[in-house]
Design a protein around this ligand. Sequence first.
Ligand SMILES: [Ca+2]
Ligand SMILES: [Ca+2]
Ligand SMILES: [Zn+2]
Ligand SMILES: [Zn+2]
Length: 456
Amino acid sequence: MHTRTILKLKDLSVCGQLLASFDGPENIIIKSCLLPICCALFFYCVAYSNSYHSHYRDKDEDADWKTGLCDKLQSMQRFFGLHPSGELDKETLAVMKRPRCGLSDVEQFGGTIRWKKRTLSYRSIHKVFREAWKLWSSVVPMKFRKRSRKEADILTASFVADHEDGTPFDGKGGILAHAFLPGSGIGGDVHFDADEDWSFNSTGFNLFAVAAHEFGHALGLPHSSDPGAIMYPSYNFAPNYELQLSFRDVKDVQNLYGEFSISANFASLFSKKPPPRTPDKCDPDLSFDAVTELQQEVLFFKDRFMWRKHPQFDETAITLISSLWPDIIPPFLDAVYENVDGNVIVFFKGHQYWTLRQLKLQEDSPRNISHLGFPSRIKSIDAALHFRIERSTVFFTGHECWRYVRPPADCRFVHFFKGNIHYKYDSNSKRVVSTSPVNDLLECEKHNNEILTERR
Ligand SMILES: [Ca+2]
Ligand SMILES: [Ca+2]
Ligand SMILES: [Zn+2]
Ligand SMILES: [Zn+2]
């Protein structure tokens, strides 16, 4: 017998994507036609559990369907950094069909819904929203016009708690905002939780950052699994990073609405830098900014991101540095090391360093590296290496200042990273015993490497 399991969904859009392209048995029930998408908003969805598959296992036609489902499930599990078993277990979030509304001013496009018209009107409460719309209108042939009258395609408003759209806000924290997919009436509208501590800087939640994300939904974009994308599900505003659309965001929105023609975009072509790409672990030119051990893990830093390699995880996942530590830790680090003894982790960039103790930023951070005893002519360091047993740290500063400390017996191999090459150094024989591309450490799967192929 098949059973129904009610699961809490964190992310409607992922589920929508997951099921948009397969028409399995009628196993999904949606609460209503138009559901808002948002960050950390819980939806209830009814899906079948594993026992559904066992019930139908003897049917031939089920085999293909099941293979397809397993593939889809695995991609969703990868999206969330879960073990990609392809099994619909309790840890794995359930699946849900993307709402279809068939309203006249929207159309189905692939697995998504988009606006048919190219000029959208919006009514908003803050100036900062104009800037957020600009991010999107600078890459697609769409115009956003502000209207003061009540009728507009996209209404933005802030509400407290229940505001009669079936998805009440939850007070401070948690849900920040939600948006509705393109459509008439409430379609395309964006709601902000009025209980949040909204700001125009990095205190509380940055309204511009959240608006830019929600407007992406209002245009029909789902969440992106690329942590560098504005459409990544979690809030990731950092004061030291200028908010901009990532390469992924631009690709996704242009998929829906097309690119600017050359003439229309001529001026901006020369005035703008290309959208930033999230580092790709299979890029043969990949190099690391810094590498460190952290408890059981090895962390590889690059730009605003890091890969976390955990002995018990199959996949080495990329994440934002700010997802683990305070957003004051800058991107493009020079060196990082962990001192297990004091539960301390130290980040170096230029002449400054930041110290976290028990994951809390030390009040005197950042300090000048001269506090560590470096002469003033040392302006930055290249790498830092901490030896747990000896409790000693070695710093590398350019060619002239290689300092050598005999590593303890249990630390025979030292791993150096320079450019895209990983050097394995044997401290017994005092020589490099092997070299390899840095990608090898991240177990990159070449077949799963779309960013790289796009570049070629
Ligand atoms: Ca609307
Ligand atoms: Ca909230
Ligand atoms: Zn969202
Ligand atoms: Zn709402």
